[in-house]
Design a protein around this ligand. Structure first.
Ligand SMILES: Nc1ncnc2c1ncn2[C@@H]1O[C@H](COP(=O)(O)OP(=O)(O)OP(=O)(O)O)[C@@H](O)[C@H]1O
Length: 475
């Protein structure tokens, strides 16, 4: 059992002791792997790793948390899936081949429920993770926000802002006690990452699951008290609530009751078949049962309607880009929700102000800028980090980058928002875009609009801006 063996820090040599898959038959592997799932222990032959200490602490807090809003895990998973899809779509601009063919090339997100096994799974056809990515991203490299978040959690117990600290993935342990991440990156084989949040995780080359083609499937083995996430209606509600502005289609494998015609009296006919020892036709059986009936009645009695459950992919979002709509048609509530999803800021607060506009002329673009309700938690830390920019850049609806600091000067880097340009070329690298002459024009217009927006806040709330407190005392 994986738990019994001492788990050392990240250690690749452990694999040496593993039974090479090549020595086993496929059915052995399948049997062993499914047994492993049923006993919920990590797979025996997997490479074991220890989580980085801060990550381990974070997971401990999450798994023992009494935080009541457990729903947030789904929003974090969908947000990660959407980021991974953005990345592959970006790469495909310069190399179409990366998308693959057939289903693999479909950029979507799929949710499936397995009520029997109590598994909720979420699959994306995004960029996927190599073995090294899995080890680094999901366990051994702590993000700078990890300890800040741990501290915040300990003082406030509020998990809602987890996504802002760059550790959203671990929120899965609010609802699951065992998680598998199956991933396939174009540059590597398919791997399975698994962990029970007990300080260790394991990685195995995936020789038993269906090949993903490309992308990631996260399987949450739900805790007993989180069984509500096996209800289709609950998931539909959550996707609507949190993931309305995701730019990729989100599907759920939904059940549907349909009426189907089946041969009438099936049971009797099969009984008869057994006794008559021949492949007697249905007609023959009907004649036996109702000899006096006329032709019509005979036909009717041959079939009956029964309810059957079928499954199909149901689309849950309408993939709308809010910035393409006319500002007049977008409600305040929609802007607020859009801000929450863009900034990963799911507090109840409204942004202080926003500006949604279209620039026309030589350089065409649409933009939405927001003044957040509060200063970002890492405003000062990140001020001198050259990669820090809060504007997302899209070119013709395709997400290019959020590390694009040519769009706003540093003193405005607290703003959130996005720019979607029709003038910038699509099929060039980020470096080439950064040198594009249109960027200067875009930047100039953005600064003007941003300052207008900030000036308006001052005009609407002069007390705030003139430095008076509530009692009117100027300080
Ligand atoms: N579905 C996925 N496909 C590819 N990579 C993923 C996926 N989910 C997570 N990752 C990788 O794991 C990392 C950690 O995810 P995590 O959610 O903890 O942080 P984040 O995505 O960087 O920040 P945030 O929580 O704000 O979304 C990601 O940065 C990404 O590299």
């Amino acid at each position: 059992n994986a738990e019994e063996g001492a788990v050392d820090p990240p250690k690749v040599e452990e694999k040496i002791g593993a039974v090479p898959h090549g020595l086993q038959t496929d059915s052995d592997v399948v049997k062993r792997e499914s047994e492993s799932i049923s006993s919920r222990s990590l797979r025996n032959n997997a490479e074991k790793f220890e989580f980085q200490a801060e990550v381990s602490r974070l997971m401990d807090i999450i798994i023992n948390s009494l935080y009541s809003n457990k729903d947030i895990f789904l929003r974090e998973l969908i947000s990660n899936a959407s980021d991974a899809l953005d990345k592959i779509r970006f790469l495909s601009l310069t190399d179409k081949e990366v998308l693959g063919e057939g289903d693999t090339s479909k950029l979507d997100i799929q949710i499936k429920l397995d009520k029997e096994k109590k598994i909720l799974s979420l699959r994306d056809r995004g960029i996927g993770m190599t073995k090294e990515d899995l080890i680094k991203n999901l366990g051994t490299i702590a993000k700078s926000g990890t300890s800040a978040f741990v501290e915040k959690m300990q003082s406030s117990g509020d998990l809602n802002l987890i996504g802002q600290f760059g550790v959203g993935f671990y929120s899965v342990y609010l609802v699951a006690d065992y998680v598998e991440v199956i991933s396939k990156h174009n540059d590597d084989k398919q791997y399975v990452w698994e962990s029970k949040a007990d300080g260790a995780f394991a990685i195995s080359e995936d020789t038993w699951n269906e090949p993903l083609g490309r992308g990631t499937e996260i399987r949450l083995h739900l805790r007993d008290e989180a069984q509500e996430y096996l209800e289709e209606s609950k998931l539909k509600e959550l996707v609507k609530k949190y993931s309305e502005f995701i730019n990729f289609p989100i599907y759920i494998w939904a059940s549907k009751e349909v009426d189907v015609e089946v041969p009438a009296d099936e049971d009797e006919s099969s009984d008869e078949e057994e006794t008559s020892d021949s492949s007697s036709s249905e007609e023959g059986e009907d004649e036996d049962a109702e000899k006096s009936e006329d032709d019509d009645a005979e036909k009717k009695s041959k079939t009956k309607k029964v309810k059957e459950t079928t499954y199909e992919w149901e689309l849950l979002n309408d993939v709308k880009a809010i910035w393409l709509r006319s500002p007049k048609e977008v409600t305040d509530e929609e802007y607020t929700k859009f801000y929450h999803s863009l900034a990963k800021d799911f507090s109840d607060e409204k942004p202080l102000a926003w500006s949604h506009f279209t620039a026309e002329g030589d350089v065409e673009f649409k933009a939405v800028l927001f003044v957040p309700p509060k200063a970002p938690q890492d405003l000062y830390e990140s001020y001198y980090n050259t990669n820090k920019a809060n504007l997302k850049l899209y070119v013709r609806r395709v997400f290019i980058s959020e590390e694009f600091d040519e769009l706003l000067p540093k003193y405005l880097s607290f703003l959130k928002g996005l720019v979607d340009s029709d003038t910038l070329p699509l099929n060039v690298s980020r470096e080439m875009l950064q040198a594009h002459s249109s960027l200067k024009t875009i930047k100039k217009k953005l600064i003007r609009k941003a300052l207008d927006m900030i000036r308006k806040i001052a005009e609407e709330d002069p007390d705030e801006s003139s430095g008076k407190d509530e009692k009117g005392i100027v300080y």
